[in-house]
Design a protein around this ligand. Structure first.
Ligand code: PGA
Length: 257
């Protein structure tokens, strides 16, 4: 199975989200094999998008979540609120939140622990900056982010671990990472996950790539065994682009059957 995550970020309002959700569902309609599709609209559009995806196989995801279940935290969104909206997947630790909004590894650790405790499936984003890669620190950074995020987590055998490897320099830049570099990092991430969760079967680890995924590189990434899916930002709000990414994914899945 391959997973496609559409991260609409802060790019669409409520009405646009509804139209985009309808269009996104059309991109998978009538396919022989359907990728696992997780749509992550802005918070304010979750309720309306939920109605659109209700009778489809697509899942609804959130782009962030507080580590507190409720309380005096102006502007935050809690796990309970998201549960009321039927959300089970949540992106945590996205690099835009780490680098532009000051999220630390410690905050992300609290969010990840809370998400698992509340039966969410968190999608943890990890990745190095350009400077860190240039000085050969990419793997160490990713190792630290993973070890920190999962440091307080104990999982059952049936729980899934989703990690999106998103090099910061590749996000929104049209400069996606090269496939061999992605594969090397994905192998490394799997090794670390196996160290952190020694009792979990390997199939429970889902390692996705994100960062300037487009129609032209989606196939090259998705056809690789080590790439369990892609997290798509910019191209997920442009339906003609997303449609081609779905095409690529379906081609890969059909070839694997
Ligand atoms: P991008 O964003 O596809 O626009 O690079 C990916 C992400 O930030 O998740």
């Amino acid at each position: 199975m391959k997973t496609l995550i559409a991260n609409w970020k802060m790019n669409v309002g409520i009405r646009e989200s509804v139209a985009l959700a309808r269009g996104t569902l059309l991109t998978v309609r009538g396919r022989k094999v359907i990728p696992d599709l997780i749509i992550c609209p802005p918070f304010v559009a979750l309720a309306e998008v939920r109605k659109v995806v209700a009778r489809s196989a697509a899942k609804l995801g959130a782009q962030n979540m507080s580590w507190e279940p409720s309380g005096a935290l102006t502007g935050e969104i809690s796990s309970r609120m998201l549960q009321e909206l039927g959300v089970a997947h949540v992106i945590l630790g996205h690099s835009e939140r780490r680098h532009q909004l000051g999220e630390t590894n410690e905050m992300i650790q609290k969010k990840i622990s809370h998400a698992f405790a509340e039966s969410f499936t968190p999608i943890l984003c990890v990745g190095e900056t350009k400077e860190q890669r240039d000085v050969g620190e990419a793997k160490q950074i990713v190792r630290t982010q993973l070890a920190s995020a999962y440091s307080e987590v104990k999982l059952y055998d049936n729980q899934m671990v989703y990690v999106a490897y998103e090099p910061v320099w590749a996000i929104g830049t049209s400069d996606a990472a090269e496939v061999p570099d992605v594969l090397e990092m994905h192998e490394y991430i799997r090794t670390i996950l196996a160290e952190i969760f020694p009792t979990l079967p390997e199939e429970n680890f889902h390692v996705l790539y994100g960062g300037s995924v487009e129609a032209d590189n989606a196939y090259l990434l998705l056809r690789e065994r080590q790439v369990d899916g892609v997290l798509v930002g910019g191209a997920s709000v442009r339906l003609n682009h997303f449609h081609k990414i779905v095409d690529a994914c379906v081609d890969v899945l059909e070839a694997q059957q």
